[in-house]
Design a protein around this ligand. Structure first.
Ligand code: BGC
Length: 260
């Protein structure tokens, strides 16, 4: 007679073979311009999603990595409907809103305009994807950063948002945690269940990592904090490119810390 334990084990094995998870549950993402950099980032299986500030992935994504499309800003409105419908039919689960609309050099929008654009272009897909707000900078000037975000969220109560996105460039882990906590508090005020940090880095590293050891220590501390913070559901360090998380196409020491 076959024992219960054997049957139970066989059942478990069959179940896990059938229900092999398609995606890792890692919060970690790859922010890329060049998709050929992504396999080095995702081969460990710990980097589960990727985005490129654009509505299409531009190439082919490693299996199991969730591509997240973004409507960068007004420059992309013309191609949006065709592109997003293709991207969603390929299985994307989220849509990201405009890139730093609080900055004149980026998507540059008044919060009230951004709310109407969001409702026109992104909210119609609420039934097919979860919707993330525009990503604001970490500027503390009035009308920028989380101040802009507050105005946007007040104006966008019908936008059907699931979460909000922020960027951070600054000097140390304490500043980072303070800012992320403020973003979490803002999300909570508007009953949003996800906080995404879609760009973050030491300000010194905005043009490339200056000192691997300093950055490695920052990234180690930042990931320990973010992985432990339930309100933060996704984050992507800036960025998947040579001189950042890669050197000569391979992970450097900071890349190893981030991806492994
Ligand atoms: C820009 C994107 C660009 C990215 C990485 C962002 O600030 O808005 O268009 O792809 O930086 O270079």
């Amino acid at each position: 007679m076959v024992s219960f334990t054997k049957l139970f084990t066989a059942g478990l094995m069959a179940t896990s073979a059938l229900a092999a998870p398609k995606r890792s549950t890692s919060k970690r993402g790859a922010a890329y311009n060049d998709i050929s950099t992504v396999p080095a980032m995702t081969s460990s299986g710990n980097v589960a999603w990727a985005y490129n500030w654009a509505m299409s992935l531009s190439g082919s994504m490693p299996t199991g990595v969730d591509f997240v499309p973004m409507l960068w800003g007004a420059r992309d409105f013309g191609g949006w409907v065709a592109a997003i419908e293709t991207t969603l039919s390929s299985g994307s689960e989220y849509i990201l809103g405009f890139n730093e609309p609080d900055m004149a050099s980026q998507a540059n929008m008044a919060a009230s305009d951004a709310a109407s654009y969001y409702q026109n272009y992104i909210t119609p897909y609420a039934g097919q994807a979860k919707l993330i707000s525009p990503a604001v900078s970490s500027s503390t000037n009035d009308g920028q950063g989380l101040s802009w975000m507050n105005s946007f969220l007040s104006a966008c109560s019908s936008c059907q948002l699931t979460g909000l996105a922020v960027h951070w460039y600054g000097n140390n882990i304490d500043e980072f945690k303070t800012f992320v906590q403020q973003a979490i508090d803002t999300a909570s005020t508007y009953s949003l269940s996800e906080v995404w940090i879609t760009e973050f880095a030491l300000a010194a590293d905005v043009g490339g990592i200056v000192d691997q050891a300093t950055t490695n220590s920052f990234v180690t501390d930042a990931m320990a904090y973010l992985d432990n913070e339930a309100a933060v559901t996704r984050y992507s360090y800036f960025m998947s490119a040579d001189n950042y998380l890669l050197s000569n196409g391979a992970l450097n020491s900071v890349g190893e810390t981030y991806c492994n």
